[in-house]
Design a protein around this ligand. Structure first.
Ligand code: FAD
Length: 299
């Protein structure tokens, strides 16, 4: 297994923000991931780092990055994928086989482990709809288990994995037989729709900053609250959609957290609605960062 010391995590997040970790493991197989988790049970496990804000002061302890565990198989309508497989690659491969159900994943720059963890969704499709089971490593019991759909407690951006220390090793999905043209046409329509609504990764970002509150849209509330184009340090609210923060150069985690707090507060004051972050913050936090993160996640 490849192990890097003093590794800069910003190379590994779509925000391009993040200080150093003392040790970063890059397992190449599920067995090596289990080995790494036994050695470092408290490690931060990252997929493609597309939904995280990592502290610019770095991370205590070890980090395990899964992107080199990337084998997958398609047999009939069944797809089995390792946790580190990139969602757009799997989506495209399913399309080549004329399989429908993974079109939404085409523009999500995460790994299968991250998508299952987050119950990722878009364009009226979700992980929950196609998921049949996953293999996980239970950090407390130090055993490999199989979780079925009913065990997962899929909800909006939430699964059983949010509460229990399970690490996804691989996952299995059941797709529907369709035809390649139709599947690709839907992927293209989705991609076109996103061009207006979402910054490309040429503007480093971590996707939607806040979750949608019940029966409303975080983007709509933030836009009405007038936060579009607000800047703190190197972090800016994207001018085309107010639920994205883009790193316009040298943004620190502190800049992003302060801007998140401003966005949260403007909506709270105006609408008495408290937005909850979709992006997850990890690493060494100073007092100010701890306070902001606690406020943002306290309800
Ligand atoms: C441009 C852009 C567009 C996006 N669009 C969407 C969208 O349409 N829909 C959507 O839902 N999300 C979207 N996202 C957010 C993000 O891509 C997804 O949440 C994705 O599922 C995160 O995957 P990842 O591998 O990058 O996870 P990471 O960011 O690396 O990690 C996210 C969380 O998952 C955990 N995790 C990662 N791997 C594992 C594993 N193997 N086992 C257990 N836990 C694990 C991490 O510990 C962390 O808590 C978007 C992001 C960007 C930057």
């Amino acid at each position: 297994m490849r192990i890097e010391k003093d590794y800069e995590l910003k190379k590994h997040t779509t925000f391009q923000i993040g200080g150093k970790a003392d040790i970063v493991c890059f397992p190449q197989t599920a067995d090596e991931l289990v080995e790494a988790l036994k050695e470092y049970p408290d490690a931060l496990v990252l997929g493609n780092g597309s939904d995280v804000l990592i502290s610019s002061d770095g991370v205590d302890g070890a980090v395990i990055i899964t992107t080199e565990i990337n084998h997958f198989e398609i047999s009939g309508t069944r797809v089995t994928a390792d946790c580190g497989v990139k969602a757009p690659i799997l989506s495209r491969s399913a399309a080549e086989q004329g399989l429908s159900g993974m079109e939404f994943m085409f523009c999500i720059p995460g790994t299968i482990g991250g998508l299952v963890y987050m119950n990722a969704s878009a364009h009226s499709q979700s992980i929950a709809e196609i998921f049949t089971s996953c293999k996980v490593f239970d950090i407390e019991e130090k055993t490999v288990k199989t979780l079925k759909k009913a065990d997962m407690k899929f909800a909006y951006r939430k699964t059983v994995l949010s509460d229990k220390k399970y690490i996804v090793l691989s996952a299995e999905f059941e797709l529907k037989q369709s035809n390649t043209e139709e599947v690709k046409a839907l992927m293209e329509r989705n991609a076109e729709f996103r061009k207006q609504k979402q910054p490309s990764l040429a503007l480093p970002n971590a996707g939607s900053v806040f979750k949608n509150p019940e029966n409303d849209s975080a983007g709509r509330l933030l836009e009405k609250a007038g936060v579009k184009a607000k800047i703190i340090g190197g972090a800016k609210v994207w001018e085309n959609h107010a639920n994205f923060i883009v790193n316009i150069g040298y943004a620190s985690s502190n800049d992003v957290l302060k801007l998140m707090y401003k966005m949260y507060n403007e909506v709270k004051v105006r609408y008495t609605i408290e937005l909850h972050p979709e992006v997850k913050f990890f690493g060494r936090a100073n007092e100010e960062e701890k306070e902001i993160w606690q406020t943002l996640t306290s309800n």
